[in-house]
Design a protein around this ligand. Structure first.
Ligand SMILES: NC(=O)c1ccc[n+]([C@@H]2O[C@H](COP(=O)([O-])OP(=O)(O)OC[C@H]3O[C@@H](n4cnc5c(N)ncnc54)[C@H](O)[C@@H]3O)[C@@H](O)[C@H]2O)c1
Length: 346
């Protein structure tokens, strides 16, 4: 049976709410089992240790397609309950998925066996078993262009640009349950080191072509400098890394950058990575945190790799820490205050 676009885009992805469940007992018990269950249990306990540690700033790294997969509320709950102090992410999660939903658009349940040529004819994009209306994604590209058109032409860090996207959602957003908006309200910095590799890139290409002489650009070195500044100010840090890719390396490298600046920045004290990549190809995404220790980035005392798909592992790790309640004693860091505010509006 041939389905119409409306039929295909009829069942929304619903975001999982960790607050409804008590994860603690089961995950503690998994520590007495084996394989990735034991690893996940230890990772959850390390995350709780980060939250108990009053000196520790927590950086969440995101790769993969997590928001479209129903993990937005998990991340929002962590932001709202002071479990996360900074985010380093791919653009897809922050722009194409979270900001996109902030504009009022949705992700829909599909399946991996749909006919992709048919989907292309209907302007439907597929992420494994999830569907997106490409016409709506184009509106997201256009909105980024519109935001850039209204800004003073100069280079910005992705953090600055995303902060302005948060202001845009506060003024014009249709779904206030947004990571970009909540981070804006709570002064939590979001860095997207490869900012052009997503809907933001399409919007900024349109903006720059329209304004060839004077335009907004993204200064990725400024991103790295700002995140290094954050590390120097925070001193003790813990990483909760979901997936690998650019965010993993970027967040780890700030220790080395701080050292090169002559600052006494300690190794990341805690580190967790959830990934399905393994270490055999020598690439960054599957490299172990012990390997990162050899590069002078991560301490080996409280580190844990979890070889598991993120839609399973992240709700369990975040849910465990939420159930344990150590976050109740944590102070807000508001790391955005570390960075000078400069004129942004044209
Ligand atoms: N994913 C998308 O749908 C999408 C859409 C538009 C743009 N992009 C851009 O493509 C670039 C790379 O994107 P990416 O992060 O999706 O892919 P990636 O392949 O770079 O992911 C990095 C690593 O993270 C791990 N990983 C990813 N998803 C995981 C999961 N669910 N569970 C466990 N481990 C997981 C994998 O091991 C992978 O090797 C980014 O710049 C992003 O903005 C991606």
């Amino acid at each position: 049976m041939v389905q119409t676009k409306t039929e295909l885009l009829s069942t929304e992805i619903k975001h999982l709410d960790i607050k409804k469940y008590n994860f603690a007992d089961m995950i503690d018990s998994m520590g007495d089992t084996a394989f990735q269950a034991r690893n996940l249990s230890r990772a959850a306990q390390i995350f709780d240790m980060m939250l108990k540690d009053k000196q520790c700033g927590v950086i969440l790294c995101l790769a993969g397609s997590l928001i479209s997969a129903g993990l937005k509320q998990v991340i929002l709950d962590m932001l709202e309950n002071n479990m996360i102090d900074a985010i380093v992410s791919t653009g897809a999660n922050i722009v194409d998925q979270d900001f996109f939903e902030g504009l009022g658009f949705k992700h829909y349940k599909g399946n991996p066996f749909l006919e992709d040529t048919k989907l292309q004819e209907l302007a439907i994009d597929r992420i494994y078993d999830t569907l997106i209306d490409e016409d709506q994604l184009r509106i997201c590209d256009d909105t980024i262009c519109e935001i850039a058109d209204g800004m003073q032409p100069r280079p910005y860090s992705s953090r600055e640009f995303i902060h302005i996207m948060g202001k845009y959602l506060q003024d014009h957003g249709k779904d206030k349950n947004s990571i970009v908006l909540r981070a804006y309200e709570k002064n939590i910095p979001i860095f997207v080191p490869a900012f052009s590799d997503c809907s933001a890139g399409f919007g900024l290409v349109m903006h720059q072509v329209k304004n060839p002489e004077k335009h907004v650009s993204i200064d990725s070195v400024k991103d790295f400098r700002e995140l290094t500044q954050l590390k120097i100010a925070a001193k003790e840090t813990g990483l909760l890394m979901i997936g690998g890719g650019v965010p993993k390396n970027f967040a780890q490298d700030v220790v080395v950058a701080a050292e090169l600046l002559g600052e006494d920045a300690p190794l990341h004290k805690y580190a967790i990575q959830v990934t399905v990549a393994d270490e055999r190809d020598g690439a960054l995404s599957g490299s172990t945190l012990r390997e990162a220790c050899s590069w002078g980035k991560v301490s080996v005392v409280h580190e844990q790799m979890v070889f598991c798909e993120a839609t399973i592992a992240l709700p369990m790790i975040a849910g465990y820490a939420y159930s344990k309640g150590s976050w109740k004693q944590r102070a807000e860091r508001e790391y955005n205050n570390l960075f000078a505010t400069t004129e942004t509006v044209a």
